[in-house]
Design a protein around this ligand. Structure first.
Ligand SMILES: *[C@@H]1O[C@H](CO)[C@@H](O)[C@H](O)[C@H]1NC(C)=O
Ligand SMILES: *[C@@H]1O[C@H](CO)[C@@H](O)[C@H](O)[C@H]1NC(C)=O
Ligand SMILES: *[C@@H]1O[C@H](CO)[C@@H](O)[C@H](O)[C@H]1NC(C)=O
Length: 262
């Protein structure tokens, strides 16, 4: 091989092993580490400006976010009452209307303090296909149908713990623990085809569910929170994997001048 071919090979290998780190779009104002008011402003500007996401940095469409399958309820398949409830083709709509109200953490050493994000959405719509199997005494359910779920005045607090990974001499965040807390004013749900044999039963169940939404919310909250935890961990980790942590912030001023701060 001649020199030029070698050079090509080396560049190609480098290209494979070390993709160029992605950068935030130029119109997003960067903040200093730990500058909470600036981060609130910047994240809100990003959400407003990019409702369709930013593919280059792995940010998915916020107005229509597809997320992985989620089991909500899975009790042992025996006895007179049991139930399995799974969701697929999940889409969340409404993150584009989110307002970030509070940001904490994101220090120069992001592992020193947990990260807290608070957001409010006037409405979060969740559309999915559900598969339900179960038995409630004599009532046997084995159905698949569409589900639409409308969480009104959705308030979210995420408490996040991260580790740092080093690639190509750059620091990258990785979430290892994310705990969501959710408050809502009302939950409106529609399942179609809930009881295939009889549309009236479907409508009656729909009415009962929506009348007693708070009890269902309390029962299903642990499963739903697990889903939200997956949703936000996947969403944020995808961006954190692409954009190096230091590239998200303004560079610290040189330590020799004594301006560096956390
Ligand atoms: C988000 O806001 C836009 C503009 O006000 C509105 O058209 C859209 O329906 C909202 N999305 C949801 C899921 O409520
Ligand atoms: C549920 O229904 C599907 C087809 O509609 C069938 O293949 C399956 O065996 C049923 N499962 C149970 C537990 O009845
Ligand atoms: C299901 O119940 C909700 C709340 O009562 C209602 O708004 C909706 O129209 C119902 N859907 C159907 C198809 O009956």
């Amino acid at each position: 091989m001649n020199k030029l071919t070698w050079l090509c090979c080396i560049f190609m290998l480098e290209g494979l092993g070390a993709p160029l780190a992605a950068e935030l779009p130029g119109d997003i104002e960067k903040c200093h580490f730990g500058d909470s008011p600036c981060l609130v402003k910047t994240i809100n500007a990003l959400i407003k400006r990019y409702p369709k996401g930013i593919p280059e940095i792995g940010l998915p469409p916020l107005d229509e976010y597809n997320f992985p399958d989620a089991p909500i309820v899975d009790t042992p398949h025996r006895g007179p009452i049991w139930m399995t409830f799974n969701m697929r083709d999940n889409v969340n709509k409404g993150f584009n209307n989110a307002t970030i109200t509070h940001v904490e953490g994101f220090l120069r050493d992001p592992t020193k303090q947990q990260i807290i994000l608070k957001a409010r959405l006037p409405r979060l719509l969740h559309e999915a296909t559900y598969d339900m199997q179960g038995r409630f005494l004599l009532f046997v359910a084995n159905t698949t149908g569409k589900l639409q779920s409308d969480f009104q005045n959705f308030r979210l607090t995420l408490t996040i713990k991260v580790i740092l990974e080093y690639r190509n001499n750059k620091r990258y965040l990785k979430i290892y623990d994310l705990v969501p807390v959710v408050d809502i004013d009302r939950w409106i749900v529609w399942f179609d085809n809930l009881y295939r044999e009889n549309e009236d039963v479907t409508i009656a169940l729909n009415r009962s569910f929506n009348k007693n939404w708070l009890e269902f919310w309390n029962d299903l909250e642990p499963g739903l929170l697990k889903t939200f935890s997956t949703v936000f961990t996947v969403l944020l980790n995808t961006v954190f994997e692409q954009v190096a942590y230091d590239d998200m912030f303004l560079p610290d001023i040189d330590i020799r001048f004594g301006y560096s701060h956390d």
